[in-house]
Ligand binder design. Structure first.
Ligand SMILES: [Fe+2]
Length: 287
């Protein structure tokens, strides 16, 4: 390795790892080294730029806590998270979108028709739809796990110090015999991703805003089907065409319309909604 140069160093580094031939780990590691070295050669990266990048990553680590994962945020604003969702989307199934930082895995079970708003101000919207497989067969008992921001764009988990319950504005529903789910909640508003750290600095350096289009988060699962993690957005709302984390897909946009008596017929609802939106989830079989 004494005669190493900028053209032979890449192979030398790859050869230095004794990974299992043909393994996934080997493929990921070698691919990463190839791209990192190519990037360095293509850009003629200076030593100052190199240390700036490493210090940026160091700062991302320094500001991270169990509640704040700056690297996930970095992945989000670079479209890396969106790309991972896209390459893993199954044909015919609902497209995936960002999990975001506020998921809690022990959200309370709620009965169909429950109201998640807990008396919060805002437009009360009936959210309803069906969970089916890719052949449109309903999936009774499918689990619809949802969480969201309030009408000021805040998640209750962010305001626990002001007496908010972190489990508010979230619920886990079980679809009925026809695969239907329905509940009322307050319409969420857009919010900014955290921009007081290194990722915020990056956004400012690139003249970008930190706003997310308003959305509802979902994880939907059923036995024998691939679980989907996604978000539902609303037509004609702010940032729908320039979401800071590239979470919006055309297929994930629904319409909010005034609620009519026919919308609530046959549904036992805890509250009478002002508006209604419909979104059907489609799950693909496992494998
Ligand atoms: Fe969110």
């Amino acid at each position: 390795m004494r005669d190493i140069n900028q053209f032979t160093v890449t192979q030398a580094v790859k050869n230095s790892f004794k990974t299992e031939p043909g393994s996934r780990f080997e493929s990921l590691l070698q691919g990463f080294i190839d791209h990192l070295h190519d990037f360095t050669r293509e850009q003629n990266l200076t030593q100052k730029e190199w240390i700036d990048i490493l210090n940026f990553l160091y700062d991302c680590g320094k500001i991270s806590t169990p509640e704040r994962h700056e690297f996930i945020l970095l992945s989000d604003v670079l479209g890396f998270s969106a790309l991972v969702d896209m390459v893993n989307s199954k044909g015919g199934a609902t497209e995936g979108s960002n999990l975001g930082p506020f998921y809690l895995d022990a959200a309370p079970r709620k009965a169909l028709g429950a109201d998640l708003s807990d008396g919060r101000e805002g437009v009360l919207v009936l959210v309803k739809g069906k969970v089916t497989d890719t052949l449109h067969n309903p999936l009774p008992g499918a689990i619809v796990d949802t969480w969201q921001a309030d009408a000021s764009g805040t998640y209750p988990i962010q305001e626990q110090d002001q007496g908010q319950d972190k489990y508010d504005l979230r619920g886990v529903f079980e679809a009925d015999a026809d695969g239907r789910y329905y509940y009322t909640t307050v319409l969420p508003k857009p919010y900014t991703v955290p921009y007081d750290g290194p990722v915020g600095k990056l956004l400012r350096a690139g003249n970008r805003h930190a706003w997310r289009a308003a959305h509802l988060h979902y994880i939907v699962r059923a036995p024998g089907m691939n679980t989907i993690t996604t978000e539902v957005f609303f037509e004609n709302t702010e940032y729908i065409d320039n979401d800071a984390v590239f979470g919006v897909r055309r297929s994930l946009i629904t319409k909010i319309v005034p609620a009519k008596p026919a919308d609530t017929e046959g549904l036992e609802l805890a509250k009478t909604p002002d508006a209604v939106c419909n979104f059907d989830f489609v799950l693909a079989p496992e494998g």
